[in-house]
Design a binder for this molecule. Structure first.
Ligand SMILES: [Zn+2]
Length: 332
């Protein structure tokens, strides 16, 4: 059974969320005159062209590697303030996560745990210590602990409410940003980080810290949006993946380049996302997006949805064309 978007983001709660997000965006835009120019977060090139503007944040596309990124972007201290006082995140913690956690556990976290364990097994990774950066509600760590694969599972979660939720669930939590964490260098076998790197002001600094913490031979697994995936390429600026928080929209080749530049060897890229077709279909059905000029997609996503939708999404997922990607890399 495929994942349905409404199971993980219940429709009736999304309206309340939209209001909170608008308040957050307004707060972020107070710092608009302090936004700073950055080079491409993937390859370092500085030539680019305008791509999107969303919620007042300008996005450009790198002329060299085609990564899409917010530029100019909010400074790190303003981002920290944004997340610390986010009404949207508070709303998620209070309403959306609890209402959708069981569906998420089933459809996202258990498959995710399996994917991580498969990669560890395939590459013969030691399973003493795993670190999750951005543990959130703690569901991944909880599911992983159930498998009793790792001797030690540690989460990093700087948001106080979320860190408390994790602790209540018996997870070892470091309530700090990863940059401040005092773990011994080369002490971790596996670092996982789901949907974090796209939010960071400087992904390179984050990867350097991961490199420092990993033991030689250790495995890094990241997931994030793929700007060359179906949902983002089709909907463009209307894709929910293009927003004021997703400063870095990599694609498998550009993130691979960055990860390699930080010293890692990329061992695997996948696009496990399952929501592309449904996300586009939903915008068409609600009148926000038109397929009048795209009769093929009209056929697959609307007219023949019941018979073709699942197979079409599976094709996207299996062909590297989903807008959610995974990269696995090893420290030599
Ligand atoms: Zn680039």
């Amino acid at each position: 059974m495929l994942l349905k978007e409404s199971e993980i983001r219940p429709d009736e709660l999304l309206k309340g969320q939209a209001e909170r997000l608008a308040a957050d965006v307004a707060r972020l835009m107070q710092y608009r005159s302090d936004f700073v120019e950055v080079p491409c977060p993937a390859c370092g090139a500085s030539t680019h062209h305008a791509k999107y503007e969303k919620y007042g944040v300008p996005f450009v596309q790198c002329d060299r590697c085609a990564t899409v990124y917010a530029n100019p972007r909010p400074q790190p201290q303003h981002l920290a303030d944004y997340y610390q006082h986010s009404e949207n995140y508070a709303y998620w913690n209070q309403y959306i996560f609890p209402a959708s956690e069981e569906a998420r556990r089933d459809k996202i976290f258990r498959p995710r745990v399996q994917r991580v364990l498969d990669l560890c097994q395939r590459f013969g990774i030691d399973t003493q210590t795993l670190l999750e950066v951005g543990a959130g509600f703690g569901t991944f760590c909880q599911e992983l602990l159930k498998t009793q694969t790792f001797q030690q599972v540690i989460g990093i979660e700087p948001t106080p409410d979320l860190a408390q939720t994790c602790r209540d669930r018996g997870i070892t939590i470091l309530e700090q940003p990863i940059e401040a964490v005092q773990l011994s260098p080369a002490s971790i076998n596996v670092i996982v980080s789901f949907e974090v790197i796209e939010h960071l002001f400087c992904p390179q600094d984050f990867l350097a810290k991961c490199y420092e913490l990993l033991a030689p031979g250790g495995l890094l697994i990241l997931t994030c949006p793929n700007c060359k995936g179906f949902d983002i390429l089709t909907l463009g600026v209307q894709s929910s993946a293009v927003d004021n928080e997703h400063l870095n929209l990599f694609h498998p080749a550009s993130l691979s380049e960055l990860v390699q530049a930080c010293g890692f060897q990329v061992v695997e890229t996948q696009t496990p996302g399952q929501l592309d077709a449904e996300l586009v279909r939903k915008q068409v059905l609600s009148g926000q997006f038109s397929l009048d000029e795209q009769p093929f997609l009209q056929e697959v996503l609307i007219d023949q949805w019941e018979t073709m939708g699942t197979a079409f999404q599976q094709f996207l997922t299996n062909s590297g064309l989903s807008s959610n990607m995974l990269i696995a890399a090893r420290k030599p």
